[in-house]
Write a protein that binds this ligand. Structure first.
Ligand code: URA
Ligand code: SF4
Length: 208
């Protein structure tokens, strides 16, 4: 299947998905959006009130701030992919539960496979934990980790940074590094499909 077809298929499946409890309370699922050719993906936590109404990611206050952060580095929303680790709104914007994150991760993985971005920016700790389960955001934010041939960069969630001045300066500084990290990632060799590791026969010990 062509990557753009797979991306559409994921969105279609998500729109009617019943794999976790979040489907009961959602209005519209939010599969995420952006070009299949995007070099960079931004992955947030989950839809909030406005996203659930519109079926689009980051369209509320946090989204407006994300647009500003992108503009500060000369990028537009239309050229990046924006998605979430869970595609349906947790009631009252509560944290997503482990079983919800697990149920939904298949969709995110398929989106990543289809888009094959050079850089993935995680926004907030639930998104970070999908890629870096043991990392602490206060320790790793803004740093690039090379995973499976791409760079994963953890950042604070824009909703948190919006109202806290120290985090706001931090996320702005972390964003400012992105153009350089993208350039760096574009120079990295793409990870080829993992070849099956050939079984190494234990060497015969020779006594002679
Ligand atoms: N916060 C998120 O994590 N994702 C959205 O789509 C909107 C707000
Ligand atoms: Fe399906 Fe994900 Fe929505 Fe749960 S959050 S119902 S797994 S699309």
């Amino acid at each position: 299947m062509k990557p753009e077809e797979e991306l559409k298929k994921v969105a279609q499946e998500v729109s009617v998905c019943t794999k976790c409890e979040l489907h009961f309370s959602r209005k519209l699922a939010v599969p995420g959006e952006g070009p299949v050719s995007a070099t960079i993906m931004f992955i947030g936590e989950g839809p909030g009130f406005h996203e659930n109404e519109q079926g689009r990611p980051f369209v509320g206050a946090a989204g407006k701030f994300l647009d500003e952060l992108l503009a500060q580095i000369g990028m537009k929303r239309q050229e990046v992919f924006i998605g979430n680790v869970v595609k349906c709104r947790p009631p009252g914007n509560r944290d997503p539960l482990p079983q919800e994150l697990t149920a939904c991760s298949e969709y995110l993985e398929r989106q990543i496979q289809a888009i094959n971005p050079r850089v993935i920016v995680t926004l907030g700790r639930f998104s970070m934990a999908h890629f870096l389960p043991n990392a602490k955001i206060s320790e790793v934010h803004g740093q690039a980790m090379k995973i499976k041939g791409r760079l994963i960069v953890a950042m604070y969630h824009p909703a948190a940074a919006l109202h806290q001045q120290s985090l706001r300066s931090t996320i702005e500084a972390d964003f400012a590094r992105l153009p350089e990290l993208i350039a760096q990632a574009e120079q990295m060799p793409e990870q080829i499909e993992e070849a099956p590791v050939e079984k190494q026969e234990p060497k015969q010990l020779s006594f002679f």
